[in-house]
Design a protein around this ligand. Structure first.
Ligand SMILES: *Cc1c(COP(=O)(O)O)cnc(C)c1O
Length: 450
C-alpha cells in the first residue's frame, strides 16, 4: 500500500474531521499533506495543491513564511506559555500597542482568547454585562443578520444563519432577533450595490424600532458575509448601522475574524465605512494562520464600565487557558511587521485588480456564472442555472462540491459555499499563481458544467 493510502486509513480509523460527512471519505480520501510553502501544499504522494482559499481564510502570507517561522522559533526558546492572570509578557504588550495603531480609532483595550468562536462569546458577554452595569438590565437580547456566521459554539451559532445544520440545535439556543441581511445580487429592491441607498436597511430600522429597548448589541460581519457565500454589501449599510446603534443605545459588534488584516483591501473592513465598532473580534489571519488566537478589541468606554473594586462584582470573569499565548503573539507581531516592511496592502491592491480582471476574462460570459463579486483579493462566483432569473442549482445543492472535487484532481484547492465558489488567496501570492488558479478553476468548472 502506498504511504498516502496507509496514512488515510489510519486517519479514518480515529479522526472525525470538521464539517464533514465522514461517509464522503470513502470515495474522497483524506489528502495527507506533508509540507507546504507559499500558496502550495505538498501531499505525501507528491501531488502539489494550489491553496487558493488560504486554508480556511487564515493563511495570510503564505505557508511556512520564513519570517513568521523565524519569529516563532525565537519565541519558543524564550517563553512558550504562561498564565495570563497577573502575569504578562512583552510579546502581548507589543502586539496590543501595534494593533491599536492599525485598528479603527478608539479600540484600545484587548481581551485574548484562542479561537474565533470564543471571541464571539466574549463579545456577547461583554455587551450583555456592559448594559447591565450601566443601568440597562432590560437589554438582554441580541440582534444579528439573517445570513451571518460567527462560529459554531452555541452562543455564536445562535447569532448566525439558521441554516440546515444550525436549525437542529435551536432548542439549545438564545432567542435572538434576526434582521434580513443585504443581498446585493438578488436585491429585493432591484437595486445594485454600486447605485443604491441601502434600501434594505429598512429591515434593520424596523427591527430596532420594535426590539432595540430589549437589545444589548447587534453583531455583524462588516462588508463581507463570508459563509453566506462572500456576500458583499455597501459601506453605507455599516455607516447607517453605526448611527442607528448610537440612537438606540445598542452596541455594535463587528466580527472581523474573516475580513481583518487586509482581506478586503483595507486593514479592517470597518475602515471602508470609517466606522469604529464598540467591540471587534479578530482571529484567523491574526497569526498569519499559524496558531489559534483571537482578540476582542474594545473601547475605553466599555472597559471603564467593568473597572471598580473587586467586591462590587463588576469584573469580567472570563478566561481561556491559552489566552495571550506568547508564541501566538510572536507570530502576530511578525505578521504586522511583514505587512509594513513588504508593503503588503498596496501590493495586494495591484494583484486584486489583475486577479478580478483575469476571472472576468475567463468566466464573465459563462452561462452558469451569475455574478463575480469581489473585494480585495476575495472573489466569489455565484453558480446559476439561468443568468437572467438568477436561479441557483437548488435540488443539486452540491454542485459547488462537485467542482471542488474536480479542482482537486487538477491540483487546486477551491472550496464551495453552497452554490458559490470563491477565491481568498494569501495577500502576497505571485501573479503567476493567480493566473494558474484561474486556468485550473476554468478547466474544472467547464468539466462539470460544460
Ligand atoms: C471563522 C469565523 C468564525 C469562527 O472562528 P473559529 O476560529 O473557527 O471558531 C467567526 N466569525 C467569522 C466571520 C468567521 O469567518
Amino acid at each position: 500500500m502506498d504511504k498516502m493510502e496507509d496514512l488515510a486509513r489510519r486517519d479514518l480509523a480515529h479522526i472525525w474531521h470538521p464539517c464533514s460527512q465522514m461517509k464522503d471519505y470513502e470515495t474522497l480520501r483524506p489528502i495527507v499533506v506533508d509540507h507546504a510553502e507559499g500558496p502550495y501544499l505538498y501531499a505525501a504522494d507528491g501531488t502539489k495543491y494550489l491553496d487558493i482559499i488560504s486554508s480556511w481564510w487564515c493563511n495570510l502570507l503564505g505557508h511556512c513564511n520564513p519570517k513568521i517561522n523565524a519569529a516563532i522559533k525565537k519565541q519558543l526558546d524564550e517563553l512558550e506559555h504562561v498564565i495570563f492572570v497577573n502575569f504578562t509578557h512583552e510579546p502581548a504588550i507589543k502586539l496590543c500597542e501595534e494593533l491599536a495603531q492599525v485598528l479603527p480609532p478608539g479600540l484600545t483595550k484587548f481581551n485574548f482568547a484562542d479561537n474565533g468562536s470564543a471571541s464571539v462569546e466574549i463579545a456577547l458577554k461583554i455587551a450583555f454585562q456592559y448594559q447591565l452595569q450601566t443601568g440597562h438590565g432590560e437589554k438582554q437580547r441580541f440582534m444579528c443578520l439573517s445570513e451571518g456566521y460567527h462560529g459554531e459554539t452555541i452562543g455564536a451559532l445562535s447569532v448566525g444563519s439558521m441554516d440546515l445544520f444550525a436549525q437542529m440545535y435551536k432548542p439549545m439556543m438564545m432567542n435572538n432577533i434576526h434582521v434580513q441581511a443585504p443581498d446585493c445580487y438578488r436585491c429585493p429592491f432591484n437595486k445594485n450595490r454600486e447605485h443604491c441607498q441601502c434600501e434594505c436597511f429598512k429591515f434593520a430600522e424596523e427591527a430596532f424600532a420594535q426590539h432595540a429597548r430589549e437589545t444589548a448589541a447587534i453583531i455583524v460581519e462588516p462588508i463581507v458575509q463570508g459563509c453566506a457565500g462572500m456576500r458583499i454589501y455597501p459601506p453605507l449599510y455599516l455607516k447607517k448601522l453605526r448611527a442607528l446603534c448610537d440612537a438606540y443605545g445598542v452596541l455594535l459588534i463587528a466580527d472581523e475574524i474573516a475580513t481583518g488584516f487586509g482581506r478586503t483591501g483595507k486593514m479592517f473592513a470597518c475602515q471602508h465605512a470609517g466606522v469604529t465598532p464598540d467591540i471587534m473580534c479578530i482571529s484567523k489571519a491574526l497569526t498569519g494562520g499559524y496558531l489559534p488566537m483571537s482578540i476582542v478589541c474594545t473601547t475605553d468606554k466599555i472597559y471603564d464600565a467593568f473597572y471598580d473594586d473587586y467586591n462590587k462584582g463588576k469584573a469580567f470573569m472570563h478566561s481561556h487557558t491559552y489566552a495571550g499565548n506568547p508564541i501566538g503573539c510572536a507570530a502576530a507581531l511578525a505578521v504586522l511587521q511583514i505587512m509594513k516592511e513588504e508593503n503588503i496592502l498596496a501590493n495586494a491592491a495591484v494583484k486584486a485588480k489583475y486577479f478580478n480582471a483575469a476571472l472576468n476574462e475567463a468566466f464573465g460570459q459563462h452561462k452558469n456564472i451569475g455574478e463575480i463579486r469581489h473585494i480585495g483579493l476575495i472573489n466569489a462566483m455565484e453558480l446559476v442555472t439561468d443568468k437572467n432569473k438568477k436561479t441557483g442549482f437548488d435540488g443539486q445543492l452540491r454542485i459547488g462540491y462537485e467542482i471542488y472535487k474536480k479542482a482537486l484532481t487538477h491540483g487546486l484547492l477551491l472550496r464551495p459555499l453552497g452554490n458559490v465558489i470563491y477565491f481568498n488567496p494569501p495577500l502576497n501570492i505571485a501573479d503567476e499563481d493567480l493566473a494558474k488558479a484561474v486556468a485550473l478553476a476554468k478547466q474544472s468548472v467547464d468539466e462539470i458544467l460544460g
